[in-house]
Design a protein around this ligand. Structure first.
Ligand code: FES
Length: 358
């Protein structure tokens, strides 16, 4: 989540003249939402067409390579409300757009807090924030958006991996405030790399279980993590793909009853087969291997191509299809849009070739 990218998509085939408009407009973002492991729903995202002009008010070191940023309104006004699970779309000075979970106090209408782990091998968003955005810097954000909704329940198991603690932390605090029965299992490379241990230590220590990999090994099995689930618990899980995969696999054998998760990495490509993409504006033909996305391949030729979630639900990467049959795998396009548009981050070609207006 540290390292989402953006720029614009091709919404309805309009040409480059309105590229910037589309860059700013293609912002229905969200995260994955599953219930009971078997029932998936489209994330409950909603379009929020409002830019907020914020200023970085404070930066804190929260762990190895992790900084938190407190953001306040440039004019000192009250900020829009949010709930645990919400995130902001942050427009970085270079034009990169990244999504960061809000990890502060929803009752504080005067500031937002996000936390970012610097990923040296990432696409540059976290490096830019760490290296170029200091106290007093202006940032434009959109949101808050709620793509990982926190649903009130009596019993919870929270599972967080590394920086995945960011959406989980406000949920844990909300559950504690509500008097719910809850447990948190928090994994990470090492204690030093795990942010917000100080805040968690202020909660009930008997309910917080730390599981650093350098002490317990990686990855944790799903059953190991789920053993702490209260009976009929709702599970909220955010972290690396192996943790989510393990929890999903072992959930049916646990005491938990429902799973909501948010993943940081792109989902694996299922039943992929190779195909060609012809890019008309670039006059290039590219081969997409079975195990790579079209976006991945196109990015090598067009580094500033628009994308964000890379999971088929924000719509940022949508591109106009000139010819070819699309294997739509997104959760954002309407049936009408699917007649001439594809999300290149997840969707593929049913045939050997697809022609895009790129
Ligand atoms: S990048 Fe979000 S749908 Fe493709």
């Amino acid at each position: 989540m540290d390292d989402y990218q953006i720029p614009p998509p091709d919404l309805r085939g309009r040409a480059h003249a309105d590229r910037m408009f589309r860059m700013l407009g293609a912002l229905v973002t969200g995260y994955e939402w599953l219930a009971n492991g078997a029932h998936s729903r489209r994330p409950s995202t909603q379009r929020v067409d409002r830019d907020l002009n914020l200023v970085v008010d404070e930066i804190r070191i929260e762990g190895q390579n992790v900084r938190s940023y407190r953001l306040v309104a440039a004019g000192g006004e009250k900020l829009p409300s949010w709930q645990p699970g919400c995130h902001l779309d942050v427009l970085l000075p270079t034009g990169r757009r990244r999504q960061y979970s809000l990890c502060g106090d929803p009752r504080d209408r005067g500031s937002y807090r996000i936390a970012v782990r610097r990923i040296d091998t990432g696409a540059g968003g976290s490096r830019e924030l760490h290296d170029s955005v200091g106290t007093g810097c202006a940032l434009t954000v959109r949101g808050p958006r709620n793509g990982f909704p926190y649903v009130r329940a009596d019993r919870y198991l929270f599972i967080a991996g590394g920086i995945g603690i960011t959406p989980i932390l406000p949920m844990v605090k909300q559950a504690a405030a509500d008097g719910a029965q809850w447990q948190l299992v928090y994994t990470g490379r090492s204690r030093a790399s795990m942010p917000f241990l100080d805040e968690l230590s202020a909660l009930d220590p008997a309910r917080v279980r730390l599981r650093p990999y350098d002490e317990f090994g990686f990855p944790a099995s799903g059953s190991e993590l789920l053993q702490y689930a209260p009976n009929q618990a709702t599970v909220y899980c955010c972290g690396p793909a192996p943790i989510i995969a393990n929890v999903r696999r072992d959930l049916p054998d646990s005491a938990a009853q429902a799973l909501h998760f948010e993943r940081f990495t792109t989902p694996p490509i299922v039943d992929g087969r190779p195909f060609e993409i012809a890019l008309t504006r670039s006059n290039r033909v590219l081969t997409v291997p079975a195990d790579r996305s079209a976006l991945d391949v196109i990015r090598q030729q067009i580094p500033d191509i628009a994308y964000s979630c890379q999971r088929g639900f924000c719509g940022t990467c949508r591109s106009r299809v000139i010819s070819g049959e699309v294997d739509h795998r997104d959760r954002v396009l309407t049936d009408g849009e699917r007649t001439d548009t594809m999300t290149i981050c997840v969707s593929r070609s049913r045939g050997d070739r697809i022609v895009l207006d790129l």
